[in-house]
Ligand binder design. Sequence first.
Ligand code: HEC
Ligand code: HEC
Length: 314
Amino acid sequence: MMSQDKRNVNKQTTGHVWDDDLEELTNPLPMWWVWGFYITCVFAIVYWLLYPAWPVASSYTKGLPAINTITYTATTVDGKEVQKTTHWNMRSKFMAEMNELKAAQKQWFDKVASTSYEAVASDADLMQFVNSAGKTLFTDNCMPCHQAGGQGKIGIAPNLTDDYWQYGGSYQQINTTIVAGRHGVMPAFKQVLSADELNQVVNYVLSLSGEPHNADKAKAGDSLFHGPKAGCYVCHGDDAKGKVELGSANLTDKIWLWADVAGAANEQEKVTLLTNLIYAGINRGVMPAWSARLNPEQIKLLTVYVHDSLGGGK
Ligand code: HEC
Ligand code: HEC
């Protein structure tokens, strides 16, 4: 009873009562709320004037053009560049920003294109661009075969970070490799060599890089390698170090691309790997040509990236 009295005395109500004791107060709205409301109204009106807002028949109020239109360069289906002005939307904004980025990038690509390889390599700013743009290009195009860091994978594609180059490690040679592609082919020897001869050649190849081998067989293999029957020397050279014009492998280092001799567990496994390889020949190593897929500026940048950023260049 007491609390009811107090309420009736202290509070203004509209006089409506529901459920015997539910009353409606007539307190004024708090000031912060009232101001918040006015500000919202003003904001809404300004917004309607500046931005697209109200539907009108089949169109809408456009707002202030300076704020609401975006102009960007678009490429048409037939490859022409046109200036396009549209009302503001996320897609147009994205296109405009991409254009700006591309223009900024183009300046750098042009700089790399017009500078000699050696000068690019010794210019810290240009190399910073080469490192970042090269990494993206490499990841997009080369990584599937040469792996993320360019370290390659046996049986797939060679390591580009070491000092050994099948096709030559000068800027010009690397550029030619990327532009035109490479395809190393070694004939099969199954019809040329008997099983014994094959085994002798295999032992000779093992001896070349200090792998365990049978010395007598290797000696006979040496004669075959340098003789007319097998004729390995024709492609691999008298010193068995390979020829860059052919991309024939250097057989005297411990770097292997097709037969993982260095990684094989024991002599027997090494012999088997090499026997199978020489028996069947090699026709797997296809480095694609990029001249149709990348422009010359991108290829030049990748050349420097492979030569200097990956670090194996000569
Ligand atoms: C489809 C797999 C594949 C892709 C993609 C690929 N390569 Fe190759 N690349 C190879 C193979 C395989 C070889 C070795 C060819 C051979 O042994 O005849 C090679 C060889 C090379 C060589 C020569 C290495 C040497 O020792 O002389 C360079 C340089 C090279 N690639 C760079 C690149 C670059 C740069 C890209 C990206 C633009 C790229 N490759 C993309 C498979 C690929
Ligand atoms: C017509 C030229 C040619 C002749 C002849 C030739 N090779 Fe090769 N050989 C190549 C080429 C090219 C490659 C590299 C293939 C590639 O990388 O795609 C190669 C690769 C190899 C490899 C693989 C090396 C690795 O890194 O895995 C071995 C081993 C080899 N040759 C041994 C021989 C032996 C032994 C003979 C003789 C019985 C011989 N080759 C005859 C062209 C030749």
